[in-house]
Design a protein around this ligand. Structure first.
Ligand code: ADP
Ligand code: MG
Ligand code: ZN
Length: 476
């Protein structure tokens, strides 16, 4: 039996505000434990919250960028549960009046565009952290620096049908929040993470099956792997006649398997009610219009423009716009040097690979627009071959030296001296009578052999176009 997987993601994004959601404590990362705290986020009796206006603005911007309607009178609610990292024993969140609703984003998987609905985006505060690596190995320590940090939760419709689509959705959300600058998108630090709700059903059945929820997936790879594994687990279970329970799971990235954290609570377990300490969030229509007018160019629009302005394929443009900094770098280089397609190939190819290995961003690389532009020009002019260009690129990446300097230093200039190449090629023809005879009998593939010999002789520096012309002539 074939099953269709049904997936809905709940993405948490930490908002890039300087201060917390309901107090003026800093949100800075890596401080001494419990130093970014005050009576409000420590939940001392009598302390009252106030709303961070920047957080509201960020949530609205995100809602607009994801085609949501913006509620002008949204409400904070208390979500009650007990856990040691939650000093108030409730989390301030939003319940039936979230700030954004009914939106969508488009994702592309296997060159097909698919629209994924966004049910809601609501504001809430983060909890603190339990630390188990303290002085006493048997103790749990509590660090409340993170308590009260502003989050948005972006809840998708159950429109996603595969791990590939889920990953593409997550990547798109990452692009959008970082383009807007409302979240720094640092998944390793948990600043963008998601819970994946997964169920299976027979294809022809319209009703959804029982879902599980895998918590806190903090990389694109984990999103993909955890969903694949859960689909496989549920498929086996259903085939074996087992029941799927509505459970909360935790993904172990090392073991590549999930374990059960708890059997899921329902909304009523949280006893939601409007937070009596906070007013409704009243937003002026004109403010929403203003935010809308000032939204930056978003990934989809940028992709279209790149295809149009620089004659790039959909595929190339899509790769370039994933990261706002990469897109800006590309555009900056092309404005100075032209050769859009070639620049795009370098950025999406060797450059992306090296950045990935070094785990740095394009703007932190020693290769500036000038390095890349000059290199591509030198290859175009025939000063160096494309192959040597690749070696130079790697050295530039390590040293930050300009391509011209590296070419001089290492004597890598392409040999375009026709008479020198002519004599090298003649020698090769004379030294290989068998191959010449075979070639003339029709084994045209041997042409590559001759060119290869000439390249060997010139240490890869022979101008390939000239070498090829000379052999064509000699082997007639
Ligand atoms: P909760 O708040 O209890 O987690 P929600 O109704 O808000 O529950 O749904 C959370 C997420 O689960 C949403 O992204 C939604 O699309 C998804 N979802 C709901 N039902 C299913 C299902 N049967 N299979 C997969 N995903 C589902
Ligand atoms: Mg939820
Ligand atoms: Zn505080």
């Amino acid at each position: 039996m074939q099953f269709e997987s049904v997936i809905g993601l709940e993405v948490h994004a930490q908002l890039a505000t300087n201060t917390k959601m309901f107090c003026s404590c800093q949100t800075s990362f890596g401080e001494q434990p419990n130093t970014n705290t005050c009576p409000v986020c420590l939940a001392l009796p009598g302390a009252l919250p106030t709303i961070n206006q920047t957080a509201i603005k960020f949530a609205i911007q995100l809602g607009l960028a994801t085609n949501c309607s913006i509620r002008l009178d949204s409400e904070f609610a208390r979500k009650n549960y007990y856990y040691p990292d939650l000093p108030k024993a409730y989390q301030i969140s939003q319940y039936d009046k979230p700030i954004c609703e009914n939106g969508w984003i488009d994702i592309t998987v296997n060159s097909k565009v698919k629209r994924i609905g966004i049910t809601r985006i609501h504001l809430e505060e983060d909890a603190g952290k339990l630390v188990h690596e303290g002085q006493d190995p048997n103790a749990s320590y509590i660090d409340l620096n993170r308590a009260g940090t502003p989050l948005v939760e972006i809840v998708s419709e159950p429109d996603i049908r595969s791990a590939d689509e889920a990953k593409a959705y997550m990547e798109k959300i990452h692009s959008i929040v970082t383009y807007l600058g409302v979240c720094n998108g640092d998944m390793e630090k948990g600043n963008l993470r998601c819970d994946a709700n997964i169920s299976l059903k027979p294809f022809e059945q319209t009703e959804f099956g029982t879902r599980t929820e895998t918590k806190n997936l903090n990389s694109f790879r984990n999103v993909h792997a955890a969903i694949e594994a859960e689909i496989a687990r549920q498929t086996d279970a259903i085939i074996d006649g087992e029941t799927i329970y509505q459970q909360t799971l935790l993904w172990d990235a090392n073991k590549k398997q999930s374990r059960v954290l708890r059997t899921k609570e329902n909304a009523d377990d949280y006893r939601y009610f409007p937070c009596p300490d906070l007013p409704l969030v009243l937003v002026e229509e004109s403010a929403v219009e203003e935010y809308k007018k000032n939204l930056p160019e978003l990934p989809d629009a940028k992709q279209e423009r790149f295809m149009e302005a620089y004659k790039l394929s959909e595929y190339d443009a899509a790769i370039l716009v994933v990261n706002k900094k990469t897109a800006a770098y590309f555009e900056d280089t092309v404005k100075q040097y032209g050769m859009a397609k070639k620049i795009a190939n370098w950025i999406a190819g060797d450059f992306a690979r090296l950045l990935n290995e070094a785990k740095i961003e394009i703007t932190d690389s020693k290769i500036t627009s000038a390095h890349l532009g000059e290199l591509v020009q030198l290859i175009e002019k025939g000063t160096i071959s494309g192959k040597i260009g690749k070696t130079i690129f790697e050295t530039m990446f390590e040293t930050g030296k300009m391509p011209q300097d590296l070419i001089k230093e290492q004597g890598l200039e392409q040999v375009s001296d026709t008479s020198l190449l002519q004599s090298i090629c003649e020698k090769i023809v004379a030294a290989n009578p068998n191959q010449v005879a075979q070639y003339k009998e029709g084994r045209t593939k041997l042409f590559g052999f001759f060119v290869g010999q000439a390249m060997k002789e010139t240490q890869g520096k022979g101008n390939p176009k000239l070498v090829s012309d000379i052999f064509t002539n000699l082997l007639k």
